[in-house]
Design a protein around this ligand. Structure first.
Ligand code: UDX
Length: 446
């Protein structure tokens, strides 16, 4: 099938590449000339495991092309995806200017019956706006071409996006057009093996499904972070509690890891945008507001633990392991590390940070500053440091040599923002240990 994708960001690039991988003929459009030129030379603008070789192979096979020529790209596709960004507006609502600009472009250039598929995360009602924008342009051209607007949200996780795209657990298709549904069923047939993964519904339900999924996951995390706060105070260990509740299949093991707060391009933005939509429609999003508030507080918790330990961190050199908002990505959008670093700097501490992938991104965000040293290895970050803080759970941070840490880290203290370590093991090496929600029960009896 001939597919056009607007937007070569995370979602557009991964989706386009996976559709090409299963044999579709894909053209990706972007307004960024340098990016398009780079992609045609095999330069992948994001770090995503497995993506780069797949882009190159499909490009070489002639099934995946990148262009800035929107008119030609629209001509190409039977199905035209919109996968451009929806950054948050100042009030927390999703800004639709890029989505609607693409809709207008489609209306200006389409020459035959087209199925327009919205993959960007957009508020309920956006498909109607996309439809109106296309219809307006067609009316200007005095043509009455037929088109459908489908909502087909993505559920990709950064760091595992290729896998999520190639082996989706569900494919949500929101449309009131039987023809459009049939077409998308054909498009997705290669991903739909062994059992039916397509969940067909009306457009608005599909739009809300995406937000409901992310808000539910964010709620689980904030719930656990609140439990961790309670555990810390009452002298319980949240890790035991997690195992105790996760074994109940109604609760499940996923997304119940307490930590330094959730970040990334989706949860913070989507929870806020959904709360905003709720308000627009006269609903009071009490729970969503609380999820967001708990997360904002949680991002400050590592610093609170440090202040509890030190009183004042002024003049301290702090080794920070992990800057990305989660492992296997270089993405630092809304990362907890950013809150921590800012708090440390404001309090007069120096930071020596190491991240396996996000160094360049950190340099771009923070620039050169005296109180930040970006290190090439985890070991280098420890040299001359007073304390170690782990913010992202990269695999390589999981089993350090605690005896060596005790020798190198001057104040012999570890702040474990992702509960990676066994407190007893850390303490046995002569280090003080602080985790998330690991209360007084862990301390030796007085
Ligand atoms: C998320 C959704 O998982 C995905 O389905 C959606 O399409 C986009 O948003 P992503 O933002 O890539 O994906 O990351 P995810 O793995 O979900 O993690 C989000 C944040 O939650 C990270 O900061 C992570 O550290 C945090 N998290 C996750 C926890 O703190 N505890 C958990 O138990 C799980």
């Amino acid at each position: 099938m001939r597919v056009t994708i607007f937007g070569t960001g995370y979602v557009g690039l991964v989706t386009g590449t996976c559709l090409a991988e299963v044999g579709h003929d894909v053209v990706c459009v972007d307004i960024d000339e340098a990016k398009v030129e780079g992609l045609n030379r095999g330069v992948i603008p994001i770090y995503e495991p497995g993506l780069s070789p797949m882009v190159k192979a499909n490009h070489a096979a002639g099934r995946l092309e990148f262009t800035t020529n929107a008119a030609q790209a629209i001509e190409h596709g039977d199905v035209v995806f919109i996968a451009v960004g929806t950054p948050p507006d100042e009030d927390g609502s999703a800004d639709l200017k890029y989505v609607l600009a693409v809709a207008r472009t489609i209306g200006q250039h389409m020459q035959r019956t087209t199925i327009v598929v919205n993959k960007s995360t957009v508020p309920v009602g956006t498909a109607d706006k996309v439809r109106a924008a296309i219809a307006h342009e067609l009316a200007e051209r005095r043509t009455n071409l037929v088109f459908d607007v489908v909502s087909n949200p993505e559920f990709l996780k950064e760091g595992d996006a290729v896998n999520d795209c190639m082996r989706p657990d569900r494919i949500v298709v929101g449309t009131d057009s039987p023809q459009a549904l049939e077409k998308l069923k054909r498009l997705y047939a290669p991903f739909n093996r062994s059992h039916e993964r397509i969940v067909a519904m009306d457009v608005r339900s599909a739009e809300l499904t995406k937000y409901a999924a992310n808000a539910m996951l964010a709620t689980k995390i904030s719930f656990m972070n609140e439990m961790a706060c309670i555990a810390e105070q009452v002298g319980a260990d949240i890790e035991h509690v997690r195992q105790g509740i996760g074994s109940d299949p109604r609760i499940g093991w996923h997304f119940i890891y307490p930590g330094a707060g959730y970040g990334g391009s989706c949860f913070p933005k989507d929870v806020q945008a959904l709360a905003w939509t709720a308000q627009q429609y006269g609903c009071n999003p009490r729970l969503l507001d609380a999820v967001e508030a708990v997360n904002a507080a949680q991002k400050q918790h590592l610093f609170e633990l440090m202040t509890r330990h030190y009183g004042d961190v002024r003049g301290k050199t702090v080794a920070v392991w992990g800057l990305a908002f989660k492992p296997n990505t270089d993405d630092m959008r809304a990362a907890s590390s950013r809150t921590l670093l800012q708090q440390l700097w404001d309090a007069g501490a120096r930071v020596q940070a190491f991240d396996p992938e996000a160094t360049q991104e950190a340099r771009r965000i923070f620039g050169n500053r005296e109180d930040l040293h970006l290190c090439a290895t985890a070991g280098e970050a420890l040299q001359g440091a007073d304390a170690l803080v782990v913010v992202t759970e990269w695999k390589q941070f999981r089993s350090p040599d605690f005896a060596r840490l005790a020798n190198v880290v001057k104040d012999k203290v570890v702040f474990d923002g992702r509960n990676l370590y066994d407190p007893a093991e850390v303490e046995a090496a002569g280090l003080s240990y602080y985790g998330i929600g690991r209360g007084r029960s862990l301390r030796k009896p007085e």
